[in-house]
Design a protein. Structure first.
Length: 128
C-alpha cells in the first residue's frame, strides 16, 4: 500500500512517514497541495491514503482535498487531514469537502494507527 504525505514541514513529513513506513506503507511526500497534485498526475495509480496538512503555501490542504474529490480517477484515495487546526468548524469543512478522518497535531503514533485501523488501512499487524 502507498501513502502520500502532504505537508510543508519536512520534520512533520519525516514523523508521519516513519509511522506509516513502520505500518507497512510505501511513503511518498509532497511539500504542498500543488506538488501533491503534480505527483498524483505522474503515478501509475493513486495511493490508498493521503495525510494532508491544512496550512501550506501554494495550495492549502482543503483546496487539495477538493481537487482530489473532483477527479474521478482519485476518488478512491482515503484522505486524512493531519493539522493543528482544531476548531470544530474547520473539522466540519474538511469532512464536508471529502476528508475521511481528521487528526489534530500534536498526536501520538498510536493515535494515527488507531485512525488508520478505523479506516481499515493497516496493511500489517501493528498491535493496535
Amino acid at each position: 500500500m502507498r501513502a502520500l504525505i502532504v505537508d510543508d514541514s519536512r520534520a512533520m513529513r519525516r514523523i508521519v512517514g516513519r509511522i506509516l513506513g513502520d505500518a507497512g506503507f510505501e511513503v511518498l511526500e509532497a511539500g504542498d497541495g500543488q506538488q501533491a497534485l503534480d505527483l498524483l498526475e505522474g503515478l501509475d495509480g493513486p495511493p490508498e491514503l493521503a495525510c494532508v496538512d491544512w496550512n501550506m503555501p501554494v495550495m492549502d490542504g482543503l483546496t487539495f482535498i477538493t481537487e482530489v474529490r473532483n477527479r474521478p480517477q482519485w476518488r478512491a484515495i482515503t484522505l486524512m487531514m493531519v493539522t493543528t487546526e482544531s476548531e470544530s468548524d474547520r473539522i466540519v469543512r474538511a469532512l464536508a469537502a471529502g476528508a475521511h478522518e481528521y487528526l489534530i497535531k500534536p498526536f501520538t503514533g498510536e493515535a494515527m494507527l488507531e485512525k488508520l485501523d478505523l479506516l481499515g488501512l493497516l496493511p500489517t499487524s501493528t498491535g493496535v
